[in-house]
Ligand binder design. Structure first.
Ligand SMILES: NC(=O)C1=CN([C@@H]2O[C@H](COP(=O)(O)OP(=O)(O)OC[C@H]3O[C@@H](n4cnc5c(N)ncnc54)[C@H](OP(=O)(O)O)[C@@H]3O)[C@@H](O)[C@H]2O)C=CC1
Ligand SMILES: O=C(O)C1=N[C@H](C(=O)O)C[C@H](O)C1
Length: 279
């Protein structure tokens, strides 16, 4: 349990937001501020950030919360119950190590992690309670369940699966974490591994489509928060299962819910399906 600045034990879960000045970081500060049972006790940015020293609540637009943005994660992790992390893969691997040392909850929304990054995160989950998901929203995680069912029901010889996503112009990784999560769900429904059956881009003379493959297409532009469609294309008919994120608050609320759920769970690596009871 975290402590208040006066040293009194606090019943609220004390959370640190890393990447606190980012698009998701600021949205997380607003979400924690609005959700009972959690409070911000630390906010971290890089050592060269122009936001160091600013009050995290003022930056996020909720008014002063008396938490200055700092650059050293170790002292804040040491007095926290959990960390909310929507940063970069390299930073997330580092934070997972610190969360393991502190034996606290680590909610990871960062996407674009490599297999090596994921192995390091899984190792950290021996001591940290980690919830990691490419999408923290209820809607997308329900969509993944529906995609798995549809892929199971519709034979690969008859229905081809293609996943289309669009995000804002600032996004740096592709396919999106959500597209990959939906691809994994489709592959699970088909009883195959996604790796080796995924087609991530097409250009030039590609040849005919390989039966059973799962295709990805990526669009980037403007301010789109996150659009995803899974298309099951048969002969003479097509089913499209879609999710449209209109506000980053859906991801932030999911992340806070994950932290509250994880508080008191055993160390391990969990998904949003575990948190939402959809596993
Ligand atoms: N799972 C989900 O539901 C969602 C996942 N995401 C993912 O979250 C990630 C962040 O997205 P977004 O908020 O748009 O990105 P931003 O670039 O707006 O925010 C990331 C922030 O993290 C900071 N940061 C990076 N490394 C460190 C570090 N080592 N220490 C402290 N701060 C650090 C960045 O600082 P600087 O700019 O100086 O590098 C930046 O302020 C992406 O991977 C994105 O795909 C986004 C939305 C939902
Ligand atoms: O970078 C983003 O913005 C988002 N990233 C996540 C992803 O890669 O799927 C989730 C959401 O779609 C927004």
């Amino acid at each position: 349990m975290s402590e208040t600045t006066s040293g009194e034990p606090a019943s609220d879960m004390g959370l640190v937001v890393v990447g606190a000045a980012g698009r998701m970081g600021q949205t997380l500060i607003r979400a924690i501020h609005a959700i009972p049972g959690a409070r911000v006790i630390g906010a971290v940015e890089r050592p060269d950030s122009p936001h160091l020293g600013k009050d995290a609540g003022e930056l996020a637009g909720v008014g002063r919360i008396d938490v200055a943005i700092g650059s050293d994660p170790l002292p804040v992790f040491a007095r926290a119950d959990g960390v909310l992390d929507f940063t970069t893969p390299a930073s997330t691997v580092e934070f997972a190590g610190y969360a393991a040392q502190a034996r606290i909850v680590h909610v990871i929304g960062t996407t674009g992690c490599s297999a090596d990054d994921n192995a390091k995160i899984a190792a950290a989950a021996r001591h940290a309670t980690i919830v990691k998901s490419g999408n923290m929203s209820l809607g997308v995680n329900l969509l993944a369940v529906l995609v798995e069912q549809a892929a199971r029901a519709l034979d690969a010889d008859d229905f081809d699966i293609e996943i289309l996503e669009m995000h804002h112009r600032h996004k740096v990784d592709a396919p999106s974490g959500t597209a990959l999560l939906l691809g994994e769900a489709a592959a699970a429904g088909r009883g195959i591994a996604l790796a080796g059956n995924d087609v991530r881009s097409r250009d030039g003379h590609t040849g005919v489509r390989q039966t059973g493959s799962i295709g990805f297409a990526t669009l980037r532009g403007g301010s789109v928060v996150g659009d995803h469609s899974v298309i099951l294309a048969g002969t003479g008919e097509r089913i499209t299962l879609s999710h449209h994120a209109e506000d980053r608050a859906i991801f932030a609320r999911g992340a806070v819910k994950a932290a509250l759920w994880a508080h008191g769970q055993k160390p391990g690596l969990y998904s949003m399906r575990d948190v939402l009871g959809l596993a």
